[in-house]
Design a binder for this molecule. Structure first.
Ligand SMILES: *[C@@H]1O[C@H](CO)[C@@H](O)[C@H](O)[C@H]1NC(C)=O
Ligand SMILES: *[C@@H]1O[C@H](CO)[C@@H](O)[C@H](O)[C@H]1NC(C)=O
Ligand SMILES: *[C@@H]1O[C@H](CO)[C@@H](O)[C@H](O)[C@H]1NC(C)=O
Ligand SMILES: *[C@@H]1O[C@H](CO)[C@@H](O)[C@H](O)[C@H]1NC(C)=O
Length: 495
């Protein structure tokens, strides 16, 4: 017994130390973006969250940059030469040829016959494959990567590419309703990739994705008139966390662009995507029991039309409250996001009730109807739009765009306001904006449990389980707008 005592105390100590890390209370595989061996991927979507057509020589618009650190340190050398050579090296898990995979290219056991000539399906299977190369074993589930998501908002109604509320429709002519310069406006971008490497100091790691939608652009003349996106990630080995530096620029041909960094579900659907996806959320957060922590430093806002989302959460459930099952005619994507650009217009107001949710619920549970103009906090909302297939919507109501998702969607956009302060969100327009970098700890679970979402009368309320949590901007629509921001410390905490 005497000999066992020290072993027991060692075990207890181990448990304590392990418990201290709080690893059991995070929903993401890489809490706080601190893991030296990074896992990051790229995906590009067309207007209705598909591929449509691959860009020439770019392959399917999915790529990943994943590596582990190998340390061949020799302590006796280090003592004298610590600043000359670190002895570290990066062992990459995804090859350039994996990243270049695209339609027509076979890969046995990875790409099915059905996907071989189908750009939409090819991307799905490629993402699952890249996810397997990057996968990290963990509890309760393995995870794959942070996801950089880029979306082109151009819509050519004559292309026949997008369904209407999940139902296939023939091409139609509606000039001017959506941005599009003509045939081919829904193209995928050029994707350049600087694989993460160790810089000359032996300790700093850096990698990047960048590119443009103007496939023929001559970049020698700079970016005037040309769209541009870039994400650079950087970290020192063993110190702090990764900083993701984003840039997004629109152009006359591509005036509506979105760039986000997402923590997505590790399997099944993620917000707005009706295929199996791979991501970072090893546990799916459910309202009201989670918080999100992150540091956001906005360098350039992206102009008055930049809908910068301090946080966007996405999920899917049917109007009867049941979980989505892949039937796009009844599945409905649900989004909520807070727009922190202080130039954002207040579309919801007593004279435009169609832009407001039916009611607001205060934290104490008191519910006020939108017609109660003495109590309803109109200024807390930018706009509400309803699912196109909602059968018992309260009028007046504005339906969401029926084409820009593979299925119907419902969106509730918030603005900084004192009613959100109780959840740690910005309370004043301008909080957290350019020149006001902050670390936020947002009670996203608490807030999202009280938001209005449509449901058929008499049905059991849906479980609000979020399959995507992301940050970034949607510039809608502006010709030469530039947004630039740094994101770090991202974590989703289960409370
Ligand atoms: C470490 O470096 C010392 C001095 O150069 C050398 O003698 C020793 O063999 C090295 N050890 C290993 C494990 O490489
Ligand atoms: C290494 O450190 C020494 C002493 O601090 C300094 O003189 C030298 O310039 C450093 N070398 C490099 C490559 O940084
Ligand atoms: C992407 O970044 C690299 C390295 O910084 C740069 O040389 C290249 O011009 C960029 N590509 C585009 C399309 O801007
Ligand atoms: C709940 O909070 C709201 C807003 O602060 C307040 O007007 C209302 O009186 C409160 N209700 C109760 C029952 O405390």
């Amino acid at each position: 017994m005497k000999q066992l005592a020290p072993i027991f105390s060692a075990i207890i100590l181990l448990l304590l130390v392990h418990g201290d890390e709080g690893s059991s209370s995070t929903a993401v595989g890489d809490p706080g973006m601190k893991r030296d061996g990074l896992r990051v991927a790229f995906e590009a979507w067309n207007f209705c969250n598909e591929v449509g057509f691959e860009a020439p020589h770019m392959g399917s618009p999915r790529a990943a940059d994943c590596f582990d650190i190998s340390s061949k340190r020799n302590k006796s050398i280090r003592k004298y030469q610590s600043n000359i050579t670190s002895g570290y090296s990066l062992v990459h898990k995804v090859s350039d040829s994996d990243n270049k995979l695209g339609i027509g290219q076979r890969k046995s056991g990875v790409i099915s016959e059905a996907a071989l000539q189908n750009p939409d399906l090819y991307a799905v299977e490629k993402e699952v494959y890249l996810g397997s190369l990057c996968q990290v074993s963990d509890k309760p589930n393995p995870w794959s990567f942070w996801m950089v998501m880029l979306k082109n908002g151009n819509y050519d109604t004559n292309s026949g590419l997008c369904p209407e509320n999940g139902r296939k429709i023939p091409p139609f002519n509606q000039p001017g309703k959506f941005p599009c310069f003509g045939t081919g406006c829904m193209n995928q971008p050029v994707l350049n990739h600087g694989k993460t490497e160790l810089l000359g100091d032996g300790h700093t790691m850096r990698g990047w994705f960048n590119g443009t939608y103007e496939l023929e652009a001559d970049l020698g003349n700079g970016f005037d008139g040309i769209s541009y996106y870039e994400v650079v990630w950087e970290k020192r080995i063993g110190v702090g966390g990764w900083v993701f530096k984003h840039k997004l620029k629109t152009s006359p041909k591509y005036p509506w662009l979105m760039l986000y960094l997402r923590a997505d579900a590790t399997k099944g659907f993620s917000g707005g995507y009706h295929y199996d996806s791979r991501g970072m959320l090893k546990t799916l957060p459910e309202s009201p029991n989670f918080k999100v922590r992150l540091t956001l430093d906005i360098k350039q806002g992206g102009g008055p039309k930049s809908q910068f989302y301090l946080l966007d959460i996405g999920s899917c459930w049917k109007n009867n409250g049941k979980p989505c099952d892949g039937d796009v005619t009844t599945d409905v994507t649900r989004y909520s996001e807070m727009i922190i650009n202080p130039e954002t217009a207040r579309w919801c107001n007593p004279k435009a009730l169609r832009n407001c949710p039916s009611y607001h619920t205060f934290r104490n549970g008191t519910r006020v109807h939108r017609t109660d103009d003495r109590s309803f906090p109109y200024e807390a909302y930018h706009v509400y739009c309803a699912p196109g297939n909602g059968e018992h919507l309260e009028l007046p109501v504005g339906p969401c765009d029926p084409f820009s998702n593979p299925q119907g969607q419902e969106i509730l956009q918030l603005l900084p306001h004192p009613v959100w302060g109780e959840y740690g969100y910005p309370t004043r327009m301008g909080d957290g904006w350019v020149g006001d970098p902050r670390t936020w700890e947002l009670d996203v679970g608490g807030l999202s449990s009280r938001l209005y979402f449509y449901q058929d009368p008499g049905t059991t309320p849906a479980r609000r389980i979020w399959t995507s949590v992301d940050v970034g901007t949607e510039i809608y629509k502006d010709d030469e707008a530039i947004a630039e921001w740094h994101l770090s410390d991202f974590d989703v905490l289960l409370t």
